[in-house]
Ligand binder design. Structure first.
Ligand SMILES: C[S@@+](CC[C@H](N)C(=O)[O-])C[C@H]1O[C@@H](n2cnc3c(N)ncnc32)[C@H](O)[C@@H]1O
Length: 302
């Protein structure tokens, strides 16, 4: 017999998500960590219509979450923290910086909470939400000094590429959330995704089409545009989808890779990529002082 779904569940299924799982079976220790420390570390997010969605009316004020309204402390927002290796280490080493880990997967959320409790962190919270929605409406404009996207799910198959997090629409949301001078850091071990990220950064650091040079500027500077064009070409293998020669951007530029961000500890995902012989590519963009205006670009498919 055909399974019946209420009309709403079809809408939920048809939403493009960059994560493959939200729920998950927790170990006893993870369940205990959430029970014991969840109220300290996990931010309660009102939902729109399903797990990990964000009610568009929800506003998350980081300063009040961390209990220092009126103080402008640096804030790092990491998207897709996984087990939290990078953000936990950074938070422990930088007590004067606030950290938000945005994560969709329950098991990962529990691991970050357990880690934060073990380290006794006061400068980290976990936001259990789809970052694409959270960035678009809930976080205040200009609240973050850095946004990190390290080793996002690569969605390798061509038919799945529309699920990749980093696209023009998401870049606009990152511009919304970053302060002037704020830094967007990305890294991936998947060449094809690195080139997609590079193409996105090139596009958002150029003047929007049809806009006069003296009326408004781009939201980002891309200081390493075209840099290290040969990175990984020595390890490229014919026909390998995970490593390859840079095909060049739509503007014909190759490269665009930053030096490895020294504030990132080696995560399991990065290690796995290195062991598999893949090239790790870092990308960096800097938010300009241009005032953010609600979407002036349409999403384009990559
Ligand atoms: C491949 S893992 C990388 C984890 C970590 N950054 C690292 O380097 O080890 C990607 C993570 O991003 C999470 N994720 C994917 N899309 C997301 C989204 N839209 N919002 C929040 N988390 C997301 C997934 O649940 C997963 O834990």
């Amino acid at each position: 017999m055909t399974q019946q779904h209420p009309p709403r569940s079809h809408a939920i299924r048809s939403r493009v998500r960059s994560y493959s799982r939200a729920g998950g079976r927790l170990t006893d220790a993870q369940t205990r960590a959430l029970e014991r420390y969840g109220s300290r570390y996990v931010i309660d997010v009102p939902r729109a219509d399903a797990i990990r969605t964000v009610d568009p009316a929800f506003r998350l004020a980081p300063a009040s979450v961390f209990g220092h309204v009126g103080l402008l402390r640096p804030l790092i927002v990491e998207v897709g923290s996984g087990a939290g290796e990078a953000i936990l280490a950074h938070a422990a080493a930088h007590p004067g910086v606030d950290h938000l880990a945005v994560e969709a997967w329950e098991t990962a959320i529990a691991r970050i909470v357990a880690g934060a409790a073990r380290l006794g962190l006061r400068n980290l919270r976990v936001v259990p939400a789809d970052a694409a929605q959270l960035f678009a409406t809930a976080l205040p404009v200009g609240c973050a000094s850095e946004v990190w996207v390290f080793f996002p799910d690569p969605w390798r198959k061509p038919r799945h590429r529309k699920r990749r997090l980093v696209n023009i629409t998401f870049a606009d949301s990152v511009a919304r959330v970053l302060r002037p001078g704020g830094v967007w850091r990305m890294a991936t071990d998947w060449a094809d995704y690195a080139w997609q990220m590079r193409d996105v950064l090139e596009e958002v650091s150029a003047l929007p089409e049809g806009v006069e040079a003296d009326s408004t500027g781009p939201y980002f500077r891309y200081p390493d545009a075209g840099a290290r064009a040969d990175l990984g070409s020595d390890t490229a293998e014919e026909g390998s989808p995970g490593n390859g020669f840079d095909p060049g951007s739509p503007a014909g530029v190759r490269g665009g890779w930053s030096q490895r961000y020294e504030g990132r500890v080696l995560t399991r995902f990065e290690d796995k990529g290195i062991r598999a012989g893949r090239t790790i590519r870092d990308l960096t963009a800097v938010r300009t002082g241009e005032i953010w205006v609600a979407p002036r670009r349409q999403a384009v498919a990559f």
